[in-house]
Design a protein around this ligand. Sequence first.
Ligand code: RTP
Length: 155
Amino acid sequence: GAPAYLEVEQSYIIIKPDGVQRGLVGEIISRFEKKGFLLKGLKLFQCPKDLAQEHYKDLKDRPFFPKLIDYITSGPVVYMAWEGDGVVASARKLIGATNPLQAEPGTIRGDLAVQTGRNGVHGSDSPDNGKREIALWFKDGKLCQWESVQTPWLI
Ligand code: RTP
């Protein structure tokens, strides 16, 4: 692959089943679009249990793990790859704290959710996990290669 210094950072984002059920797909995608990140992949998909368990494997010993797997597989999700400098940490800020009651107003969870177990959206917690999760969910590895036509202000 390309040398690390040429790679643009990518984050893996899921609109969880509650976000899809509540009709928040457009609203959530808008937050990332308006911020200025680039959408490189997107799919509506009902996640099978084995993929959910692999995705959340770091949490497998937590007491809430079975409920988390039931929740994330309970209906379709929208999963996406978003690209841009600093996208992983910025997406976490846009998403807000895990518990929506503690998430700041202005964040997705702070504005749109009330329960930790129904917090609407997932975002990768590191660039390495972004890569891992994108490779796991976009099985053929094919993201859409395109660039924004907007002229950058300064490089
Ligand atoms: P995510 O991975 O979904 O972006 O969420 P996160 O980093 O903010 O939170 P994490 O600790 O990785 O937990 C993953 C998801 O598990 C559910 N959860 N339930 N105490 C609980 O019942 C509990 N804690 C976490 C949430 O859906 C959380 O987003």
